[in-house]
Design a protein around this ligand. Structure first.
Ligand code: UDP
Ligand code: MG
Length: 333
């Protein structure tokens, strides 16, 4: 449903995780300010800063003095991008929130299209990279494998080639903040929260200044956090492999025994029995591990305490029967 409220009555929050971005922050905020000037709405930036050895903090403090609408969160230690994002979402107050990197790989100008889609009624607007400049071949291949695994393994649908760059309606932000998980994967949590979403394609620029702050190992950790909390398939695979090996081992043993009844036992029967027992027993151990894994997954699911469901809207007709204990209208003050 299209929102008809004038744009100047909205506040848009922008959540930005930062680490060592002193050279990018001034250009970033200028481009952002230009975008919001064109849009004509109120805005705030929540900088979620991992304490950096460079002058990122000092640079932001100067921008605050210069009058930019900034809330700066500086963490007590480096907690990494995923948790920084969650902290940023916890501290934003707008009607919608845009999550964006500080290095200008995600163009702030795309926010205009995102807001347009949001006002059309999409509570989630995800930016999708159609091209990625300045990233090496090996890294791009690794991300392809990641999305391949994610598509097959994950219980929630995450659109391909999407990072954390997205707009979330305040309602979605509230719901995502209810998922108190240590291994935050915003893309998965957004999908887990649900709500109507739209995708906007864009060309990802190279970093404006400096080197990538997330190492390859860091990216692999994020990828694992994207799959493990959203999938029970790895455990299922162990269980299925176990069953297959058990049937194969003991089944082939049975076939061998029957054939021996007709042809007689060869001299090598101890080796054959050893092989059969080896395969069969490995299968049984894997099946047992898979079974224990199923219990572990369930325990893990309970421990995460994710919301069991989220009601988007509730419509009630006037003719619903009133509960007998409920006082009539106007008598409950
Ligand atoms: N970042 C952060 N904490 C870290 C590493 C990175 O807040 O420990 C921020 C970084 O400053 C940037 C965003 O996360 O704004 C994305 O980092 P980077 O550009 O290194 O990642 P990539 O673009 O390769 O995904
Ligand atoms: Mg980057």
């Amino acid at each position: 449903m299209k929102d008809s409220k004038p744009i100047d009555q909205f506040v848009i929050s922008v959540v930005v995780p930062l680490y060592n971005e002193e050279k990018n922050v001034p250009v970033f905020i200028e481009r952002l300010a230009r975008v919001f000037k064109r849009l004509g709405c109120l805005w705030e930036v929540v900088f979620a800063l991992d304490p950096s050895p460079d002058l990122t903090r000092e640079t932001i403090l100067k921008l605050i003095e210069a009058g930019y609408p900034i809330r700066l969160l500086t963490f007590s230690r480096r907690i990494g991008k995923p948790l920084s994002l969650l902290a940023g979402l916890d501290h934003c107050r707008g009607d919608a929130c845009v999550v964006i990197d500080a290095d200008l790989q995600d163009p702030p100008e795309l926010i205009e299209q995102m807001i347009e889609k949001w006002r059309e009624g999409f509570k989630v607007v995800i930016a999708q990279r159609v091209s990625r400049k300045g990233e090496n071949f090996f890294y791009l291949k690794a991300t392809e494998v990641f999305y391949w695994l994610l598509e097959r393994f994950s219980e929630v649908k995450v659109p391909r080639n999407t990072g954390d760059f997205r707009l979330l309606d305040a309602r979605v932000v509230r719901e995502i903040c209810r998922f108190r998980e240590r291994h935050v994967f915003l893309r998965g949590l957004t999908s887990a929260a649900g709500f109507p979403s739209a995708v906007i394609p864009f060309d990802r620029d190279p970093r404006f200044r400096g080197r990538a702050q997330i190492s390859f190992i860091g990216a692999v950790n994020i990828a694992l956090d994207g799959i493990i909390p959203f999938s029970r398939i790895p455990v299922r695979l162990i269980f299925i492999l176990g069953l297959v090996l058990t049937v194969l081992g003991f089944g082939s043993g049975l076939v061998w025994l029957i054939s021996c009844l007709f042809t007689g036992f060869s001299d090598r029967w101890p080796i054959v029995i050893l092989c059969i027992l080896n395969v069969g027993m490995t299968g049984m151990i894997l099946t047992a591990m898979g079974t224990i894994g199923e219990y572990l997954v369930r325990t893990y699911e309970e421990a995460r305490r994710r919301p069991l469901y989220i009601v988007d809207q509730m419509n009630e007709s006037d003719t619903l029967p009133r509960r007998l204990s409920e006082p009539p209208d106007g008598q409950n003050q």
